[in-house]
Write a new protein. Sequence first.
Length: 121
Amino acid sequence: MSQKLIVSPIVKTLVFSKVPEKVRDWIDRTTRDWAFKRIIPAHFAAPVNASRSDFLAAFGFLDEILGTSYVRHPLSSLLFTSIMGKAGSYFPPDGMKTLSSLDQFLVSVGAVKKTVSGRKQ
């Protein structure tokens, strides 16, 4: 995990998946307004040397949620970034079963709304 940008599976599943457009807007503003070279994560060793491409790659899961392709830079750059280990957002499905079940339970009891792209589902 050292020197990688990772969106926590808990935050990704229980928070960001509920408001992906708002997360995308935040990412847009951040990458547009700040020319950063390092990021200080909340729970890991800091700082992490990371570029705009690294930051976008860490949030690549939003493309699947929103059903869009959001790459504004060459695909080779994103692929290179992922291979080199600066960003990581893939978690094995078997490892995500419990978290997915928790999300479904919270939606079923009305504790959270299942919201994607501003539409209740």
